[in-house]
Design a binder for this molecule. Structure first.
Ligand SMILES: Nc1ncnc2c1ncn2[C@@H]1O[C@H](COP(=O)(O)OP(=O)(O)O)[C@@H](O)[C@H]1O
Ligand SMILES: O=c1[nH]cc([C@@H]2O[C@H](COP(=O)(O)O)[C@@H](O)[C@H]2O)c(=O)[nH]1
Length: 306
């Protein structure tokens, strides 16, 4: 088992780099049951989204200043998104602003019967490729000689090739990488990071199964399987059922507190951000796992404003 994960010094929870998708979420919601071809009255909203942005917004609740590394167009939508991110307390000065790429968009339709369909258009992020990482190379946030040494939240919207480069790059060698998949459809993109000694991976039970090409009944079973496949530190959540953290000291399991659930969107991000904050302040693995479960339980029960 890689032992480098043990060598990490907890990073001060000041700045956390958030690398990945920052875009506009356009969400259509209707109270009717919907199916293919439905055309119903409802509400359409546009809010900042993308996995890296969602994690960044959640990290703000834990007293962190997120530093965004992403691609945003030099279009009107992009200017508005930068303004919104700055207003939310994020550092936007390192964002790659592209002259020719449009700002990315995610669009989802939700009916009374749940999510009907969604399309993630993250083509500009994919096209910008390694350009979004320039500040880690040119000395502003780090360089090959002095790589960035703090916590980095990385999302699986980047291309698998770029994620593979990140796994091998000296620019990330000293980072405390915290990785989350972008969607079940993109879960496999995380494969190149699975056995990185300095990566902690956060997945739910379904995503764990996709990474292993297997069906798991429980989070501890999934975490043990991912550990077998070389993961240095892996957290598997399973809604209201037991979550697990597999790492250097084996597989830890803990059960979320029982709460009345009023919302589930964002539960995984809250779990991840709370766990990052707990480990950054030096909590032991069992303490950090329970702190993350408590924070996520409070969130799903609706006691924390979104
Ligand atoms: N029904 C629930 N009761 C208590 N906690 C929950 C419930 N659903 C989710 N949570 C909390 O949120 C965490 C992440 O939820 P999960 O559904 O596994 O993630 P994701 O949102 O990524 O699918 C869980 O480990 C738990 O701490
Ligand atoms: O391929 C992707 N799908 C979804 C997202 C983001 O994930 C959130 C929706 O995910 P969920 O259905 O888990 O709530 C949205 O903010 C959306 O922008 C993304 O970045 N990339």
């Amino acid at each position: 088992m890689p032992s480098a994960a043990l060598a990490f010094k907890p990073t001060p929870m000041k700045d956390v780099l958030c690398i990945g998708s920052v875009l506009w979420d356009v969400i259509g919601r209707a109270s009717a049951v919907m199916r293919v071809g439905s055309d119903v009255p409802g509400r359409i909203t546009r809010i900042p989204g993308g996995v890296a942005m969602n994690i960044a917004m959640t990290l703000r609740r834990f007293g962190v200043r997120p530093v965004l590394l992403t691609a945003i167009g030099r279009d009107e939508e992009g200017d508005e998104l930068i303004t919104a991110a700055a207003r939310l307390g994020m550092e936007t000065g390192y964002v790659y602003r592209s002259e020719d790429l449009p700002t990315d968009v995610y669009m989802a339709i939700e009916g009374a019967n749940g999510l009907i369909a969604a399309i993630a258009d993250a083509h500009s992020l994919e096209a910008a490729d390694a350009k979004i990482l320039t500040p880690l190379r040119d000395g502003r946030l780090g360089s090959a000689a002095a790589p960035y040494a703090g916590q980095i939240a990385l999302d699986g919207n980047l291309t698998e090739e770029l994620l593979r480069d990140i796994a091998q790059s000296p620019l990330f060698a000293n980072a405390d990488l915290r990785v989350a998949p972008a969607s079940p459809g993109k879960a496999k993109r995380l494969m190149p990071l699975l056995d990185s000694a300095n990566a902690t991976i956060y997945v739910n039970l379904e995503e764990a199964g996709l990474l292993c090409n297997a069906m798991f009944e429980t989070a501890p079973e999934a975490a043990a399987a991912l550990l077998q496949r070389g993961a240095a530190s892996i957290l598997v959540t399973d809604g209201g059922r037991a979550a697990a953290h597999a790492g250097a000291s084996g597989v830890l399991t803990a059960t979320p507190p029982e709460v009345l659930v009023t919302r589930v969107t964002g539960a995984g991000d809250t779990f991840m951000a709370a766990h990052m904050a707990a480990e950054a302040r030096g909590d032991a693995p069992d303490v950090a796992l329970n702190a993350a479960l408590r924070a996520a339980a409070v969130y799903v029960s609706g006691d924390v404003p979104s």
